[in-house]
Design a protein around this ligand. Structure first.
Ligand code: BDP
Length: 719
């Protein structure tokens, strides 16, 4: 009998082991597996004997659940919860108002200035016993503190003498979902929308909770559920009740819900004859709609609006300005505490001399004309989420108006969910750009955290890369872009290296060699993509139907949707002259940035063709001609992908096989596609330069026609 039990036990343990080892990526960076290093595990077990979290609010309940789950997984056994403190080694979490124990620690001085979301984590003594305290002024801060504490354990940091204070530098930190009501996702490459409108409000999928947990773990506190190309139906009662069900759930993780508003909604669902923002009936309609929304969702965050852009309706249809439009909506949600995020990604039906200038031209004259609860949402660069763009000239140029950046997490122009591209360096490049708006040190990060122009309303948005595929983002490493966005939204001064380090430790392993290798791959990946797609400042040369592969030859249709409009290659040279002798887009930047870009000698080479039309035999800093440099840079990009493949191979056996094989397979495709980009572009540009590809470089495998006609059969969302 005994041996039968032993066999059953062994089988159970083995099955368990298998389950623990199977890594489908669903758990993201919140895996909470047993701490692998025995010494570190021992030290944690010595220091952590139990926990006590006082308070009853839904957010505090979430904090309790997370701490319980996290500690059990990481320490390998259930860690006892207490109702009153007594012994050594308790983790105490709460607010002074909700937790008598935290109140008795008299932390008010230390908590002052941390707001409702900031927190501190310290080792201290309670009635002479050693404890770890996670305290905040607000419940959300307690939850964020708990996640930070668990992160310390997940990343194997010492927790013996903690003295952490952390508070978000940006108030509203949002994911923007470009999700449609039929569950398709615009520029989504990870399956269907997370929001199952069909089964809402009745069924609350477990995924909604895990989504909210993931967001809260990095401090994301808002989610815009719907596509910027909006459908007015979302503002009808039936849909609003579904939204309310999500809002109720997300609230317990400190997350507010926002929606996109279709400007013509008063006509489409309100039966009005006009959507003119100054029409009294339209004003009344928006107010009533806002009142209705707040009756279902008392903490509704507000609206995101894409107006008069790419065919979307807007105030200009009625000869009104963006400010008129934004203010009408702002007046409707304002009394309830809501905001309007009005997008500056605009371009009308008349093709401008330079699309890159349009947002600045339309918005700068409106500075100071928006209500206090309006914030202007500006893409990181002046064209459209390209692999590399200079920072948007609107940053710093509207001092009397709050400005928020919109970053793209989904990899629309960066290989969708097939290419491994870690985006933190792209975000960081923008955030750390110096606008010189108020002299040296006027970084984009300072514009958006409100410190440069003294704004209280601050926000940041990332276009989400999530979907209903099991691992949320398709490519396992694409999860890091969601993570990195959240971390930078909390603190735009963090570095890509730090963020990658945390994410790899939590997602893959704390093993030094593995960590170093994955980190190297990730940190090199964005530059590699720029090099094999759009080197030296080239941009918008992707295929037109999908944005996955190359299409420098695209020349038909609306001019500013073609590639030839942007690269302007001819027998003389290549690049868009945006200097004072061209479109003068450089004039939208403050000096000395303007002068830096204006001068071909000082213009950074990685933006050269963004700002200059450059002769093919222009001598580059390397001593090579522009043509040769272009060829070498394209080749460098492919070489980096090959190096990434070798590096990945070296960690075989050090991480789970599932994710190892998935990434390996995707890297093979990435190499293939990088070559398609490289060879397609080089062959096409060669028809203008009429110069040979340098002799030491690998020759293209096919002729230009092959690349022009290439069809992908294995890329999500592309057929
Ligand atoms: C472009 C996308 C398009 C979006 C648009 C936007 O291709 O799908 O609707 O941005 O941001 O990059 O409005």
């Amino acid at each position: 009998m005994k041996s039968l039990y032993s066999i059953i036990l062994i089988v159970l343990v083995a099955v368990n082991f298998q389950v623990a080892k199977a890594e489908d990526g669903y758990r993201l960076w919140l895996r909470y597996d047993l701490v692998a290093d025995p010494g570190i595990l021992k030290s944690y077990n010595k220091l952590i004997k139990g926990w006590i979290v006082e308070g009853d609010s839904p957010v505090i309940q979430s904090a309790k659940k997370e701490l319980d789950k996290g500690l059990e997984g990481l320490l390998g056994h259930k860690v006892q919860s207490f109702t009153s403190p007594g012994g050594n080694g308790l983790v105490i979490a709460g607010t002074p108002s909700g937790s008598p124990v935290v109140a008795s620690l008299k932390l008010n001085d230390k908590l002052a200035g941390l707001g409702q979301e900031g927190y501190l984590i310290i080792n201290t003594k309670y009635r002479n016993k050693k404890v770890i305290v996670i305290a905040s002024n607000g419940d959300a801060g307690v939850l964020y503190g708990v996640f930070n504490f668990l992160r310390l354990l997940q990343t194997n940091q010492p927790v013996k003498s903690l003295s952490i204070t952390s508070a978000p530098k940006i108030k509203i930190r949002l994911l923007n979902h470009w999700d449609n009501l039929d569950r398709s996702v615009e520029r989504g490459y990870a399956g269907l929308s997370l929001w199952n409108w069909e089964t809402l409000p009745g069924k609350l999928d477990e995924r909604y909770t895990d989504y909210a947990r993931a967001n809260a773990s990095v401090g994301i506190n808002g989610t815009v559920l719907t596509n910027v190309n909006a459908n007015a139906l979302i503002l009808t009662k039936d849909y609003l009740l579904k939204v309310a069900a999500l809002a109720d759930l997300f609230r317990s993780y400190g997350t507010r819900v926002y929606l996109t508003a279709r400007f013509s909604a008063p006509v489409e669902i309100g039966n009005l004859k006009t959507a003119d923002p100054l029409d009294p009936d339209v004003i009344k309609w928006w107010k009533a709609k806002a009142d209705e929304i707040y009756s279902y969702i008392p903490d509704f965050g507000g609206f995101v609006v894409k107006a008069n852009s790419e065919g979307q309706p807007g105030p200009q249809d009625y000869k009104r300005t963006h400010a008129d439009g934004a203010n009408t909506l702002a007046d409707a949600v304002g009394p309830h505490g809501g905001i309007v995020m009005w997008r500056a990604f605009v371009y009308d039906n008349n093709v401008p001399d330079d699309r890159a200038k349009q947002a600045y031209n339309e918005f700068v004259p409106l500075d100071g004309k928006f209500r206090d609860n309006v914030i202007i949402q500006v893409k990181n660069g002046p064209v459209d989420f390209q692999p590399r763009e200079p920072f948007h000239p609107l940053f710093g140029a509207m001092p009397r108006t709050p400005i928020m950046p919109e970053l793209q997490i989904t990899q629309e122009y960066l290989g969708s969910s097939t290419h491994l591209v870690y985006l933190a360096p792209l975000y960081e490049e923008c955030l750390k750009s110096d606008t010189y708006a108020k002299g040296k040190g006027s970084f984009v990060a300072k514009v958006i955290d409100g410190s440069l122009d003294n704004h209280k309303l601050t926000a940041i948005a990332g276009v989400a890369n999530t979907g209903d595929v099991r691992n949320w983002t398709g490519h396992p490493v694409a999860q890091s872009n969601w993570y990195a966005f959240g971390r930078l939204a909390w603190d735009p001064y963090l570095t890509s290296e730090m963020i990658a380090d945390e994410w790899i430790r939590m997602t893959f392993s704390n093993n030094q060699e593995t960590l170093r290798t994955i980190s190297r791959i990730m940190l090199d990946s964005r530059e590699a993509a720029v090099k094999y797609m759009t080197p030296l400042g080239l941009h918008h040369i992707m295929y037109s139907g999908h944005h996955y592969g190359p299409g420098p030859w695209v020349s038909r249709g609306r001019q500013d949707w073609t590639s030839v409009y942007y690269h302007k290659a001819d027998e003389k040279g290549i690049g868009f002259n945006r200097t004072s002798s061209g479109s003068n887009a450089v004039g939208q930047y403050f000096p000395p940035v303007r002068d830096l870009y204006e001068n071909i000698v000082t213009c950074p080479e990685n933006l050269l063709l963004w700002f200059h039309h450059v002769p093919w035999d222009y001598k580059m800093k390397s001593g090579r001609s522009l043509w040769d440099e272009l060829c070498y840079t394209y080749h460098d990009g492919v070489k980096t992908v090959q190096l990434m493949q070798n590096q990945w191979e070296s960690i075989k056996g050090f991480i789970d096989n599932d994710r190892f094989e998935t990434v390996k397979t995707l890297l093979i495709r990435q190499e293939r596609d990088a070559k398609i980009w490289r060879d397609g572009c080089i062959l096409y540009f060669q028809t203008f330069s009429k110069k040979p590809i340098p002799a030491d470089l690998e020759k293209p495998e096919h002729d230009l026609d092959y690349y022009i006609n290439h069809k992908y059969t294995d890329i999500p969302g592309i057929s």
